[in-house]
Ligand binder design. Sequence first.
Ligand SMILES: Nc1nc2c(ncn2[C@@H]2O[C@H](COP(=O)(O)OP(=O)(O)OP(=O)(O)O)[C@@H](O)[C@H]2O)c(=O)[nH]1
Ligand SMILES: [Mg+2]
Length: 333
Amino acid sequence: MTEGNFVDYVKIFVSSGKGGKGSTHLHREKFIEKGGPDGGDGGRGGHVYLVGNKGLWTLFHLKFARHIKAGSGGDGSGDRSTGADGDDKFIEVPLGTVVKDKETGETLFEITDDGEKQVLSRGGKGGLGNWHFRSSTNQTPRYSQPGLPGTEMDVILELKVLADVGLVGFPNAGKSTLLSVLTSAKPKIADYPFTTLKPNLGIVAYRDFQSFVIADIPGIIEGAAEGKGLGHYFLRHIERNSTLLFLVPVDTPDIKGEYDILVNELTKYNPEMLDKERMVVISKCDMLDDDLKAELKEELDVSFKGIPYMFISSVAQQGLTELKDKLWKMLND
Ligand SMILES: Nc1nc2c(ncn2[C@@H]2O[C@H](COP(=O)(O)OP(=O)(O)OP(=O)(O)O)[C@@H](O)[C@H]2O)c(=O)[nH]1
Ligand SMILES: [Mg+2]
């Protein structure tokens, strides 16, 4: 997935259909001079639904869909005929789509399951035909109800990426490079911070035709939870990942300290982040010879205590198979 078509936020205007008019009709037949009222009801206006689709990964297909409108209900007619219901509209969205009212900012609901269907905007009720209003005092009512109008609303759709593994690290830690060697994704890689501006997803092909999805998000810096850098905006993308992979480059002066800052930012953002499975990867290890690596390992065994960590190099392709094995195990245990 390239950066250009990853869309995780869209504003759309939806309107449900208005209800059809009830009919004011009097029965006419040869030889029956004054037939009774037989005006049928109007059909209901079309609803606008959101439907979860596990085959979708972005909201790109809705980027240019500014206005989504369901059909109006048909009017009722004589012989107690009910008007047809308006056409419903079904908006397909990826799993993890959060729906908000644009006016109030209130979260309306979230789509999490494949095939899950929720009404976003309900069509107006059809009006009752005059047939309903006959009574002992009025045998021929000459009125019926109009249909109720549909509702219009501006909504925001926001996507939380539902990948299996989320990559977390400071800018320049090597996250996109790792994604590019584990998957066929081709994210932009460069020697400056904030190269990645939008999440990238890649599929890791694992032994025996199995696979899992990795999400590479923009780098996180201290203060991200309060809105510094880009991290704040993208933290929601890793809220739903079941496993977090922390990347800290081997040339970082205080590796454990940097890891602590990352964990702290995630916790401030949402304490539930700490409940996830996590592992630390010390990246760019091709910069270190074996002696230095052994020395560092002694140090890290102490500072990381029980936290699982490992050395890798995306450039020299070191530790990648072991990393895949470990991630697979974490995801499936
Ligand atoms: N020596 C070495 N350099 C690496 C390795 N992995 C990444 N780099 C370099 O580190 C720099 C940053 O890599 P990126 O993959 O863009 O880092 P990132 O974490 O995605 O950065 P942002 O998108 O800015 O957050 C690039 O110059 C990469 O070539 C590695 O295994 N070894
Ligand atoms: Mg990047």
